[in-house]
Design a binder for this molecule. Structure first.
Ligand code: DC
Length: 226
């Protein structure tokens, strides 16, 4: 019997497939809270860089996670990350932090410590949880599981345009290569690899706009919630 009335939608998938945009739109439409688990691993990477001179010097892996606290933003409902009493979300998206996140996210003690933090986000009438292992590991009993992907050349083009718009000096081929490397690492790692969860609905965003994907998920929600 399920005593928890919170409806959980997991959204897993490849990098730059549109998970974040879709999750935000969906959280707004459904008035659900939103957990971006990638942001938690980025935060653990950020804290490791703040506390230690190098990542091989980290001694207390659970300590990287216990220093994170989460609070939902009152407008977007997205959980924001607090470290040393400050919101650090905007500091998590540079290349170094991404690299640190990809290293600490492979450490079993870090992943184990994340469970409680992620489960603490199950509050209110609903939660959208996005990442790599939301439907396979963290929220195995979620009522609706989505797996989002898109062709790699389209994801690389999107990421390239995003960075060019930000004013970064980048080359398409480098972005393509690094995305391919991330896919390989996400899919082939030993611990919590990216997999399509059982019973997940697979949505390809290559030629479909985020709004249309959101409508499809809202339809699935209506069907599964009745
Ligand atoms: O989705 P992202 O790029 O913000 O994720 C940052 C890193 O965290 C990336 O290396 C993948 C990892 N990650 C993970 O291991 N498990 C998750 N559920 C989400 C992200």
């Amino acid at each position: 019997m399920n005593f928890n009335p919170t409806y959980i939608i997991t959204i897993d998938g490849t990098s730059s497939s549109g998970k974040s945009t879709i999750s935000r739109l969906l959280a707004k439409k459904l008035n659900f809270k939103l957990l971006d688990s990638g942001k938690l691993y980025r935060s653990a990477g950020y804290i490791a860089c703040d506390m230690y001179d190098s990542l091989d010097m980290v001694k207390d892996y659970p300590g990287l996670v216990s220093k994170i606290s989460l609070k939902p933003n009152i407008n977007s409902h997205e959980y924001e990350v607090y470290y040393k009493n400050k919101i650090i979300d905007s500091l998590l998206y540079d290349e170094n932090i991404g690299l640190a996140a990809s290293i600490v996210s492979k450490v079993p003690q870090v992943r184990e410590s994340m469970y409680n933090l992620q489960h603490s986000c199950v509050q209110g009438n609903g939660l959208i949880a996005n990442g790599r292992d939301m439907g396979t590991e963290v929220f195995k009993d979620a009522q609706l599981k989505i797996y989002i992907t898109a062709e790699i050349n389209i994801r690389a083009r999107r990421r390239f345009e995003e960075l060019i718009d930000k004013g970064d000096d980048v080359h398409y081929q480098d972005i393509y290569n690094s995305l391919k490397k991330r896919d390989d690492s996400d899919i082939n790692r030993d611990i919590s690899p990216l997999k399509i969860p059982n019973n997940a609905h697979i949505l390809d965003t290559s030629h479909v706009k985020p709004d249309a994907i959101v409508d499809k998920i809202l339809n699935l929600y209506t069907i599964t919630n009745n």
